[in-house]
Design a protein around this ligand. Structure first.
Ligand code: GDP
Length: 610
């Protein structure tokens, strides 16, 4: 008779860490742990999980079984393991440890970042129009995602999408395309939230920053104030004894542009950017789309080797012989050396921005690699892990496990708060919690709502996002879930410190999760005699229910918290109003609402920790 309880078999479990693919079936998992599929199924059945031999198992099930047989598993996404092998077949692994010391210098690749309206686009346009490389046909510059300019015979490559979203999105996919960041700060506006974000993004990527104080033509320009503000964020200008090159420019009036380019050369020389133009090309896809006339097209930034017409290229699951190369002036060219952006025609499908582009040793290898990648992409999307592949998923509750593992643990934090004062207070008090075995690293500190950029930065750096008196909106919450980034929001510093401290001790209490139940936007405020103010709202998602807990948000910042006291549809009192309908929400205690504010209702729910 079968024993009712599962007993681990005698066969030894393989030593060390066993690599297991996410969504493996019992049949696939068992042999890796020296067991049979029946062992896995029987064990899971005892845990109350009924699975078949070929059914995909969840991460939890795999880990549970591994723990039962005393194995340590490392989970990878489908295709991740095979990718190492595929890159080997392309010969790409040889590029990775290539020694470029003797190779010739290559043009630096530059990304322009800074706060909105500080003049990033204007600067990119100005540089392009005044320094475009003379083409044979005198071609007109095209938007292909990057362009090259020359000054005194030396070349520079500019990535044409200003801002840090693209920069960080690329990094999230493992592609580091940028050598130097130009940080644009308007002289009349000074350091603003996105300036600080840009600094954090550049730092996280370990990319040097050159500052361009723009709009110095403006009457109210105050470059000295900008310098002071930058110094407060750790960017100390050379003139003050620091190492940051600062240029005063006017993109509009064409002042200081050449000097800015010259300082980029200075930094490029320090960085000693070299790359061999010999051999097969490797690069990164900057942009891609499906062109009606020309089929799939991709702008590739060549990073090593020389890309030529006729080369068999692979990018992700896209493959093809290069049919034509088009440069940033719309001219067809035969080849593209390092740091050159070119449009590549002839691929079988549209690759993704951030994909590595590699010229294969021959067409057969190119095709088989692309085919296998296509297969794994499909498996991954079926397993639903494709989106998660980008995320790194740091969790506060995992901290203790890290500490226990022996090595000093570092908790990466991205902190956002409503005002500078509270931001400083939060950061300072968190720092006091540091111990020898647990360090805190602040990847970014900023004021304002939690944004998509924050989530991307957190995903690439494995950080937890902490919001103090600020909240992410629905879209940002969704992105965080997709990227597996943990967002923890607080309104009381003490509570935040308590959580971080307990996490360090491995005693994080069950979390009270706030589930947002409804969101309404304020359209108009009515004053009703004796009743007070009523906010005329449109419910945008979920359901607004009378008596539920509520928060008022302005630009993502919490301005009030309380309960809904009255809820009306036209003149009638109602208990709930659904998405898509208008309603009047009574504001007995709080009167200071404006059109555009958001009223968010929520429930609290306890989630037990695993
Ligand atoms: P971006 O959002 O950073 O890309 O900013 P834009 O390049 O779109 O510039 C925002 C506004 O500032 C535009 O109206 C520009 O014409 C203006 N602007 C840009 N550079 C300068 C400058 O050097 N001086 C002045 N006075 N205005 C500028």
């Amino acid at each position: 008779m079968d024993s009712p309880s599962y007993t681990p078999q005698d066969a030894p479990v393989p030593e060390g860490v066993v690599v297991v693919e996410r969504a493996s079936s019992a049949q696939e998992l068992a042999p890796k742990l020296n067991r049979t599929a029946a062992d896995v199924i029987r064990f899971l059945l005892e845990q109350g999980e009924m699975v078949t031999a070929t059914q995909s198992l969840s991460d939890d099930m795999i880990e549970l079984f591994a723990a039962e047989v005393g194995a340590q598993v490392h989970m990878v996404d489908p295709g991740e393991e095979q990718e190492v092998e595929l890159r080997k077949r392309l010969g790409a692994d040889l590029f990775d440890d290539e020694d470029d010391d003797d190779a010739p210098l290559r043009p630096p690749v530059i990304t322009v970042m800074g706060h909105v309206d500080h003049g990033k686009t204007k600067l990119l346009d100005r540089i392009r129009s005044s320094h475009v490389v003379e083409g044979e046909a005198g071609g007109i510059t095209q938007h292909i995602g990057a362009y090259q300019v020359s000054l005194d015979g030396r070349m520079l490559t500019f990535i044409d999408t200003p801002g840090h979203e693209a920069f960080t999105a690329m990094r999230a996919r493992g592609a580091d395309a940028t050598d130097i960041v130009v940080l644009v700060v308007a002289a009349d506006d000074g350091v603003m939230p996105q300036t600080i974000e840009a600094i954090s993004h550049a730092r996280a990527a370990d990319v040097p920053i050159v500052v361009a104080i723009n709009k110095i033509d403006r009457e109210n320009a105050d470059p000295t104030r900008v310098l002071t503000q930058l110094a407060e964020h750790g960017l100390v200008p050379e003139s003050w004894g620091g190492d940051v090159i600062v240029n005063e420019i006017s993109a509009l009036e064409n002042i200081g542009i050449d000097e800015l380019l010259e300082s980029l050369f200075v930094v490029a020389d320090v960085e000693d950017l070299r790359s061999s133009p010999e051999g097969r090309a490797r690069g990164v896809v900057l942009e891609s789309n499906l062109d009606v006339g020309r089929g799939p097209i991709a702008t590739v930034l060549v990073q090593r080797g020389t890309l030529r017409v006729g080369d068999p290229g692979v990018a992700g699951a896209a493959v093809g012989r290069v049919r034509a190369l088009v440069n940033d002036r719309g001219e067809t060219v035969d080849e593209a050396p390092p740091s050159t952006p070119v449009v590549v025609l002839g691929l079988s499908e549209v690759p993704q921005a951030g994909d590595e582009f590699i010229v294969a040793p021959d067409e057969k290898i190119a095709k088989s690699v692309a085919q296998q990648r296509g297969h794994w992409h499909r498996v991954a999307s079926i397993a639903g892990t494709a989106a998660a592949a980008a995320g790194s998923g740091a969790k506060l509750e995992d901290l203790f496990a890290q500490i226990q593992a022996g090595e000093a643990a570092t908790l990466n934090l991205l902190v956002k708060a409503d005002v500078t004062g509270s931001l400083g207070a939060v950061v300072e008090s968190l720092k006091k919690l540091e111990r020898d075995d647990v360090k805190l690293a602040f990847v970014h500190k900023g004021v304002g709502a939690i944004t998509e950029g924050d989530i991307q930065l957190a995903a690439t750096t494995g950080s937890i996002v902490i919001g103090f008196n600020v909240r992410p909106d629905r879209r940002v919450r969704d992105i965080a879930v997709e990227q597996e980034v943990e967002i923890r929001t607080y309104e009381i510093i003490y509570k935040l410190l308590e959580d971080v401290e307990s996490a360090m001790l491995g005693m994080l209490a069950p979390e009270i999760e706030e589930v947002v139940t409804g969101e309404a936007e304020v359209r108009e405020i009515f004053r009703v005699p004796r009743v007070g103010a009523i906010a005329g709202c449109l419910v945008q998602s979920g359901t607004i229910t009378r008596g539920s807990k509520v928060r008022f948000l302005r630009d993502g910042t919490i301005i009030w918290k309380g309960e809904i006291s009255s809820l009306k549809r036209f003149a009638d009192d109602v208990t709930e109003v659904r998405s898509g309908y208008e309603c009047g929400i009574g504001l007995s205690d709080f009167q200071d609402l404006k059109a555009g504010d958001v009223i968010e209702t929520f429930d609290e729910r306890v989630i037990e920790r695993t």
